[in-house]
Design a protein around this ligand. Sequence first.
Ligand code: ADE
Ligand code: ZN
Length: 331
Amino acid sequence: MPKAELHVHIDGTLQPSRLLDRAAKHGVDIPYRSVEDVENAYDFDNLQSFLDLYYLGTGVIRDEEDFYLLMLDYLSACREQHITHTEIMVEPQSYLPNGVALETLMSGFQRAIDEAKAGWGQSVVLILSLLRHLPEADGIEVLEQAHSTYSDRFVAIGLASAEVGHPPDGFAGLYARARSLGYRATAHAGEEGPAAFVTDSLDLLGVERIDHGVRSADDPALIARLARERIPLTVCPLSNVKLKVFENMTDHNILELLDAGVRVTVNSDDPTYFGGFLNDNFIALHEDLKLSREQATRLNRNAFEASFLPEDVKAALLADLDRYLLEHPVR
Ligand code: ADE
Ligand code: ZN
């Protein structure tokens, strides 16, 4: 199927071979010598143990060519995986402290996006993702900086990084400002943090979408609300198993959420770190949870419907999906 992905961090698409060749290029000392060394490090106890490696990866991405290649590698994977539309989180706070200018990052990313659009009609939306382990004031500063030059590139803001200890109520000012500037809004919540963080993200931050949100299941009233208000959850199955949010894929609650009427979607989060791109997530659900073609189609349609695209573009991509499904009927 043509697919949409709504939850992917560009830094989470860094290939191990790129990590090594960029580290060598810039003379950054990293504790790995081979692709195998890097892959062996992809064994995480929780979100923080992953983030430590993830921020080591961002430390080797420094010039325009690095950002171009990082984006082009991911968009090439989208082409292979038939991800016709993707909404990508960009996190400037991972780079600015290394002396990288916002212009460097944006021009490298934009060069790759322009090539992918011209080359195979790739549809891309960028989300300015702020880091919650840093002060809210820092996030607001980055928002203002991005808005002053790149207001036409970013469609939405998001909130990522360590959830526990960094609750949503600390970011109400950031979200109020972003929404007043016309940005759409999403936030990570209910990944490692409690269901209350999902409720607070909706009520205090005014988000339209929740990234992860699987722990909403601890609060039946919240589940009923998510279903009633048609609030999308961007669920990341392989990520959740890798970061031990669920012990095994067979324990994952995505199909229960879908059955409860919640607008769930499937996403890869940080595909090179978690063992698979979007198709691999669908395949894992099929193998371990007996995901049917009908369910896969419903999850994917939810993703197009929950996208931050303008309504006319969304309608055109949904028409492409419908055309594909007519030509490839579910047996
Ligand atoms: N940044 C990248 N991946 C993340 C995740 N799964 N949760 C929070 N922040 C992240
Ligand atoms: Zn994420």
